[in-house]
Design a protein around this ligand. Sequence first.
Ligand SMILES: Nc1nc2cc(Br)ccc2s1
Length: 245
Amino acid sequence: MRIDVFSIFPEYLAPLKLSLIGKAMDAGILSVAVHDLREFTHDRHRTVDDTPYGGGAGMVMKPEPWAEALESVFAESTSTDARPVLLVPSPAGEVFTQAMARELATAQHLVVACGRYEGIDHRVSEWSAEHADVRFVSIGDYVLNGGEVAAMVMIEAIARLIPGTIGNPESLTEESHEDGLLEYPVYTKPASWRGHDVPEILLSGNHGAIARWRRDRRLERTRAVRPEMLEALPAEALDKKDRAF
Ligand SMILES: Nc1nc2cc(Br)ccc2s1
């Protein structure tokens, strides 16, 4: 997978080179390029914004720099490849979920447009739709100062699902939101710590009982913290023992 990110603060995306994403890039599983939007301006002040038509507070990001920037990478998605996906982090977007991360992990080319100020001139996304599949995406019901943090969240959630990125793919199976339940609590040595003991069952070596205990903790946690997730599960996702819990 190729990912191109555009921002007026490219250094914001530097942490992507760390940890798993960095290793995936070194292994050639993933390429992530971060571009400075101001490289696509041509005036002395490298202007990227202007006042909003219709009045109102704040500034809007100009279409010209964005069109030049996006064109520079859309063109590299050869005609034989699938269309690139343009992700636009926005508080007005569809909510980003694990299911969306799984879907986007199958894309060949992701382009992420990090907006600032009051957002990007809407004609940019309209024009982009001729060249890419455009998705406005929100990472939650709160407003950030720009799309960079949202881009980091989405790129990490997507990239870790690309085969070869995570060392042990089994660790992707019983995660929160992967199968509709929250994950079970985890423990490691020492078995007793500051008067708190690891649940006996986990020391028993009885793998069937341990699996049941973990499943029960997932159901308990999901019911307590995110009951709507339990309600949303298809009937066939819960077996007889689950329902009895
Ligand atoms: N939750 C989010 N807030 C914002 C703000 C701006 Br400005 C750009 C993107 C996003 S995503």
